[in-house]
Write a protein that binds this ligand. Structure first.
Ligand code: MCA
Ligand code: AMP
Length: 518
């Protein structure tokens, strides 16, 4: 039997390190790093981790977004470890939940990062500073990273919300990522002449795989921001060619442009026109937002469809018509079906569920074979999105099959996870969360609440309470109390009706700031 091929992702990365050594790999808030320097740092971290016996282990990673994050990430992968990216956007309680769920055996963080220090009692911590120095008496000899782990070994676990309460861990192999970067690099012609503006969170596949890894392994430079900041992004566009964002970012950038003074507007327009490619994904791009970007940059943003579990399935073409409101054509290398309720391929125009197969489809949900097999039909991953074929083989996303999955600012939220959380509040007897359409966020999560007798609760303190338990972006933006929810004859909450009730209540000019129990 021939041994499995070594990691394509690492082979691609180190080929760029070799071929583009003197070129800038990234610049972040603190420094500029060439590919040669990044590669050397990655090798050092990999060797230090390997000496510490961490090959094959699961390592949580919690660092500020920047060159250190990338160094630790590739170092861990090259050492043969699996990375569980944590986010500073999550409160400690949630981070501990991900550590427990993933069975991570160690944490890579920094001695200068308080959020990492706070987790030191939960699992052994390896600081980036120590790994760089090769301290603890370890020899600091030439760091070798080969042989790379095999392509079919586990590279990352990403947590994604589902129709069950807790987020599920998606198991993603080296070659899922390697192929993703290969397919996107080819489709969007990402190359060493590009500079990508990066401000997406790295604990999700958009920021990590689609943006960061695709750019780096294609030899592009990355200008990395720790967080989204419209003014800084517009300034940086002057020396960039690529920007990948979620629709909310595109909308917030336009809002900032509208609010800027005349001179600033002129500068920002001039800078934006330098971008060769703006992509949009993670949620539907409103056509009005896309059209304004066309005016700014000269071309309609390239909208594509992706998912944690599958990578990217469909994309509008780089050259050739980009169709507003459509996610485009199957990404070359991926297979797409739209399957109707009879299990047959839907005719053009007929709605059905979007199914995806191909080399970037994940290996399953961690420790959940039931959920894994329920989401596959053979090699086809069933997305839970409703779609239809349009003329010319383009595909349109019509919505989600489940009312309990929301998309807010590009983040997937589980209504059930939020309801379970809200029910643990002492003043709340029951909760039902729905997604309400919103111009900026796509949808916002709004909680309908049944309060315990005599309780009074205000929305602001409820949000603060929830933010100690889950990431702020998951916390319902609004909460309204009801005497009861609309229910069907067996007592189940009728969410579409509740959505209507909430929409009507929100449209009324005044909502009481305090929620009151019966
Ligand atoms: C922030 N807030 C939010 C969200 N983000 N509320 C609802 N939904 C959100 N997404 C809240 C904060 O808690 C805060 O509330 C207030 O808004 C302002 O927060 P701030 O941090 O200033 O917001 P921001 O930095 O402007 O954030 C907006 C954002 C961010 C940059 C659009 O949401 C973001 O980075 N989204 C990207 C998500 C993403 O990468 N998804 C990819 C999934 P308060 O005022 O109460 O404190 S992967 C995927 O979908 C597949 C693979 C694919 O196809 O890409
Ligand atoms: P996630 O699990 O966070 O990766 O989110 C994946 C989901 O985001 C998909 O199942 C879709 O519902 C949604 N999505 C991604 N890209 C698009 C797009 N271009 N248009 C509409 N929905 C999208």
């Amino acid at each position: 039997m021939t041994p499995p091929e070594p990691s394509l992702l690492l082979r691609r990365f180190f080929a760029v390190v070799r071929d583009r050594s003197s070129q800038l790999a990234m610049s972040d808030e603190h420094e500029q790093v060439t590919f040669a320097e990044l590669g050397a740092r990655v090798r050092r971290v990999a060797a230090a981790l390997e000496r510490r016996g961490l090959r094959g282990k699961r390592l949580a990673l919690l660092l500020p977004q920047g060159s250190g994050w990338v160094e630790a990430f590739f170092g861990a992968l090259a050492s043969g470890a699996t990375v569980v990216p944590l986010s500073h956007l999550h409160p400690e309680a949630e981070q501990r939940g991900f550590i427990a769920a993933s069975r991570a055996e160690a944490l890579i963080s920094s001695r200068y990062f308080a959020q990492g220090e706070a987790l030191a009692d939960a699992l052994p911590m390896h600081t980036l500073e120590e790994l760089r120095l090769g301290s603890r008496g370890e020899p600091n000899g030439a760091a070798t990273t080969e042989p790379f782990p095999p392509g079919n070994s586990l590279a990352i676990i990403l947590y994604t919300s589902g129709t069950t309460g807790k987020p599920k861990g998606a198991l993603i192999h080296h070659d899922h990522l390697g192929r993703l970067t290969e397919l996107l690099s080819a489709a969007w012609e990402v190359n060493h002449t590009d500079t990508l503006l990066h401000c997406l969170p790295l604990h999700h596949l958009h920021g990590l795989g689609i943006a960061l890894l695709t750019a780096l392994t294609s030899g592009a430079s990355i200008r990395m921001f720790e967080r989204f900041d419209a003014a800084r992004l517009f300034s940086a566009m002057e020396r960039a060619t690529l920007f990948m964002g979620v629709p909310t970012m595109h909308k917030l950038l336009l809002n900032a442009l509208d609010d800027a003074d005349e001179d600033t507007q002129a500068t920002w327009r001039h800078n934006a026109a330098k971008l060769r490619l703006v992509t949009s994904g993670s949620a539907a791009l409103p056509v009005s937002v896309g059209e304004r970007w066309r005016q700014l940059t000269g071309s309609y943003p390239l909208e594509r469809f992706g998912m944690t579990e599958i990578g990217v399935g469909l994309t509008n073409p780089l050259a050739g018509p980009r169709r507003p409101g459509s996610v485009g054509l199957p990404l070359p290398g991926m297979q797409i079906r739209v399957v109707n309720e009879h299990g047959e391929d839907a005719a053009p125009g007929e709605p059905g569920e979007l199914w995806i197969a191909g080399p970037t489809v994940f290996a399953g949900y961690d420790g959940d074979p039931g959920a894994t097999s329920a989401s596959f039909e053979g090699a086809w991953f069933k997305s839970g999105d409703t779609a239809a074929w349009e003329a010319g083989g383009y595909c349109k996303i019509l919505g989600r099959t489940s009312v309990d999955i929301l998309k807010s600012g590009g983040y997937k939220l589980s209504a059930l996870e939020l309801e379970e959380l809200l029910r643990t509040h002492p003043d709340i007897a029951d909760a039902a969360v729905v997604g309400i359409p919103d111009e900026t966020w796509g949808e916002i999560a709004v909680a309908g609440l049944l309060l315990v007798p005599h309780a009074t609760l205000d929305e602001a303190s409820l949000r603060e309470w929830a933010k100690e338990r889950v990431a702020a972006y998951k916390v319902p933006r609004r909460a309204l109390s009801f005497d009861d929810f609309p229910r069907n004859p067996v007592g189940k909450v009728m969410k579409p009706t509740l959505k209507q009730w909430i929409t009507e209540r929100l449209a009324k000019p005044q909502n009481p700031p305090h929620l009151e129990g019966p």
